[in-house]
Design a protein around this ligand. Sequence first.
Ligand code: AQP
Length: 335
Amino acid sequence: MTLKPKRVFSGIQPSGMLHIGNYLGAVQQWVQGQGTKVNFICIVDLHAITMPQEPAALHRQTRELAALLIAAGIDPQQTTLFVQSHVRAHAEGCWLLNCITPLGWLERMTQYKHKAQRQESVLTGLLDYPVLQAADILLYDSDEVPVGEDQKQHIELTRDIAGRFNSLYGETFVLPQPIIRESGARIMALNDPHAKMSKSDFTRGHAIRVNDSPDEIRWVVKRAVTDPGRDITFSADPARAGVNNLLQIYELFTGQSRAAIEAHFAGKGYGALKTDVAEAVIEGLRPIRERYEHLITDPAELDRILAVGATQARAVAEPKIREMMAKVGFVLPTL
Ligand code: AQP
């Protein structure tokens, strides 16, 4: 008996330049999973507008993100890479799922509470963000959703929404599993190791962006917050979060084992740690930056790749949205 290959879905917002948290927490996993599974990677522009976006910047960032994902190793021959708004079923699916999702489930979401706190007036779309995410995932009968740790609660909510639809209208959806790395699940800000590295924090020193120059990367890592101790060892102690974060970044960029890394830094100081981390990041990002500079000069080729991706995505999502509509009781438009 041949087993059906697993379906994988994940998304990323074109809300700014990718940082190493997005890269190590999510994109690197997507690249490593290619070949054995059926992959859908979605540039989630509908999600991006749940926070205010400047239209020209959103437009530019959508192509930049496509170029960066390809430069980072997403192969459009092996992965369906597409833009969310090119597949109408995402917005339609969100509406159908909205109508079975209790408000209280959304008000509990940590990301909503965190982002809403920073807004003078909270937009409805921000509250609804996880329902749209549930539609994204469920339209593709996804088995696995590789994400950073911050998205775990949303994937659990997706399972709850899928379960509710299944019990109201009959078996329709696969219940997806979040896939979260042990190392890299939550890369912390370099200027505050107790806060998640985030695209929307533009303070210099907070993040390393994938297209930062080598000098900028050295500047940021040199100023990374550590602690008054001396040990360079992996640790879950919150007081040592800064050093632990630097070590995880080093581990993921070099691919070395934790034992080899601790042996390498034994007897050395934090200055040496920062120098080596900066150089490992620079070397790890160099090929991505070089491929990106080349790809971004050809917007027509990027649009062609995204058009192919949208056609492939529609071929899966459209029959699924029709199935959902039929189950709810809608008269389906004839094709
Ligand atoms: N710091 C992080 N460490 C590990 N993984 C992370 N991810 C985000 N930040 C980290 C993962 O990256 C994927 C894409 O994220 P997103 O574009 O959906 O945005 P986000 O989760 O809201 O993250 P950002 O970059 O911090 O954006 P803003 O500032 O706009 O909120 C996801 O799999 C996410 O888990």
